[in-house]
Design a protein around this ligand. Sequence first.
Ligand code: KG4
Ligand code: ZN
Length: 338
Amino acid sequence: MTAPLVLGIETSCDETGVGIVRGGELLADALASSVDEHARFGGVVPEVASRAHLEAMVPTMHRALEQADVQLRDVDAIAVTAGPGLAGALLVGVAAAKGYALALDKPIYAVNHLAAHVAVDRLANGDLPASCIALLVSGGHSSLLLVPDVTGEVEILGQTIDDAAGEAFDKVARVLGLPFPGGPHIDRVARDGDADAIAFPRGVVRDQPYSFTFSGLKTAVARWVESRQRAGEHVDIADVAASFQDAVVDVLTRRAVAACADRGVDHLVIGGGVAANSRLRAVAEERCTAAGIRLRVPPPRLCTDNGAMVAALGALLVERGIEPSALDFPADSALLLS
Ligand code: KG4
Ligand code: ZN
């Protein structure tokens, strides 16, 4: 039996993604981003994102079909992000997916965005292990998950209680006068800086060993920079970026490795836009190796939001014979993991 041809649609934030997979094989990953339209606001504007999805949906679909060299009628199933994410943005993808499913008379799968961030790893690193810990870090979420089965059982061990990791990168970048989204700029600038130059705080959440808090860190960086500027002192942006980045990377990797050890799991998957961070990749590799944990990180293009991740999870659902969703499922901005 040939593996199912699955189309995935992602519109939870500012990327319109349409991906096509055959089982665990990536055939197409078409993307349109409205990130430039949000840049002057320093963050994603929901209404702007929704409108951009509406304009980009059909052209992105056509590009994906062309890339994969398949026709819509060849598709076996359609998967779409039903949540969590921006309500209006999700609605565009969900409505489009329902339209395609209805017109083509194909099954539709409503999937969870976070689970899709984990499932995408199968496209890069082969079948997922029986059980893994996943660290998902992006502009909208920062979660540590125990994943016995990405198509069903997923337990949230911890998450951020305030800013997401990517949000912290973006806000600190703004303080340093770097463009939005700031993560890649901080990553680049930090390469010339000293990570030990400034001892920024590592936020701890009481009684929640796997949760994160970044708002104190963000404030500490802003205060540090402002006080130096007020005194007319030179601020070495590279040192600030490197020290801030190290504080984030230290808590993320320390807690992820601790979760693996505590739960007796020897595979760690990292996903989300912040997984593109070079320091995070290096420190995670170092700490996982030391702890006997196998690290799996998809290439940056698959770490950020995209349609292929949704298709990857959809294909797993089809392969496992899981019932498709009823056509009246809602877009749920606060969709929980099962
Ligand atoms: O997953 P993603 O594309 O979208 C969601 O937010 O869901 O993640 C975008 C986030 C932004 O906050 C961006 O600054 C951050 O990922 N990011 C990075 C890097 N590349 C992207 N953060 C740190 N280092 C990077 N190299
Ligand atoms: Zn995401």
